[in-house]
Design a protein around this ligand. Structure first.
Ligand code: SF4
Length: 333
């Protein structure tokens, strides 16, 4: 038995040995409606429905638990058939509904400021596991934006991330605009190059510091793939395809929010067309670091904008349920 979720329309056609028209109908039902029983797929010959039921199943999981933040943010815990656990965050604003998906159960990048890194690596998620985080009945049907900023490093599981992006953006799939999908990375060059070549979705680089030696202490991937080189790659790719390139800068008080850091950011990003998202830091138990003050964050934003670099401050969401950036996997064992 094969999970339909995760397959492309042409793979469904091959699996079911049906016409293209019927495979498109099945894909549409799977990725645009709230899938239930295969017997309920509309406008499909009964024989084909029965065959599908024999050889496949929809494959969309339901979360095993959920939590709701005081600000309305929801966090869901999923568990796949192999027992891998992964968390998903759903944020609703007046005009957009964003799902923050995980690409791995845990992570092997070992960034010291991230709880997911401390949880360790439990495995890559399949494209089905990634897509289920958008399609689950508790989540699906209203998603307008997807960000790969949950558990895991997407470039470390790139084939499944690319497959998920393909299904999300295809007309036979979820038909989301590539401009509404953002993949975040600490910057693994081979993955970044392949992603930029084969996908039109947005890319965000987690920066932490404009200085290589200091970044190395927060983002170990810097030792192999320096942020400066990743930024050069993003800069040249940005001019080829229309998409948003950004840098996420988590701000920690008296760590990376000094005037020297501000100047370093300006120097690193000037003329690249890369926008900066300034994020508050979320500390975890046993961690003495604190977020930069709103005043300092505002100062960074203004100074970056004055120097010609687009910048914005991202609101903190779901911190009370450990759904905020860097806190996923807090409650997992
Ligand atoms: S910040 Fe991202 S890459 Fe680093 S450990 Fe956390 S999830 Fe992994």
């Amino acid at each position: 038995m094969k999970s339909l979720c995760g397959l492309t329309a042409s793979e469904i056609e091959e699996l079911a040995e049906c016409t293209e028209r019927h495979s498109l109908r099945i894909a549409n039902w799977l990725y645009k409606c709230k899938p239930g029983s295969l017997m309920h797929i509309p406008d499909l010959p009964l024989k084909l429905r029965e065959k599908l039921k024999e050889i496949s199943y929809p494959g969309v999981l339901s979360p095993v638990s959920s939590q709701k933040s005081a600000d309305g943010t929801m966090k869901f815990l999923f568990r796949n058939e192999s027992g891998q656990e992964f968390e998903t965050v759903l944020m609703t604003d007046s005009n957009r509904t964003t799902v923050c998906v995980s690409s791995q159960s845990g992570c092997r990048m070992g960034c010291p400021f991230c709880v997911t890194g401390q949880y360790g690596f439990r495995g890559n998620l399949s494209a089905r596991d990634i897509l289920t985080q958008v399609l689950a009945p508790e989540i699906g049907g209203k998603v307008t934006h997807v960000v790969f900023m949950g558990m895991g490093e997407p470039m470390d599981n790139l084939d499944n991330v690319l497959r998920a992006c393909k299904v999300m953006t295809a007309q036979w799939g979820m038909a989301l605009s590539p401009g509404n999908i953002t993949v975040s990375t600490v910057g693994l060059m081979p993955g970044v190059r392949k992603y930029l070549d084969s996908c039109n979705c947005n890319l965000t680089l987690s920066l932490f510091s404009p200085f290589s030696e200091e970044r190395l202490g927060s983002v170990p991937a810097e030792s192999l793939y320096p942020a400066r080189e990743i930024i050069e790659e993003m800069k040249s790719a940005a001019s080829v395809k229309r998409r948003r390139m950004s840098a996420a800068y988590v701000m920690i008080s008296d760590f990376n929010d000094t005037p020297a850091h501000l100047e370093g950011l300006k120097e690193l990003l000037h003329g690249t067309g890369i926008r900066v998202n300034l994020l508050p830091y979320h500390s975890f138990p046993g961690d003495s670091n604190e977020s930069s003050s709103p005043e300092i964050m505002q100062h960074f934003k203004q100074e970056l904008v004055f120097s010609g670099i687009s910048a914005s401050i991202r609101k903190s969401r779901g911190a009370d349920i450990s759904a905020a950036c860097g806190l996923l996997a807090s409650g997992l064992k």
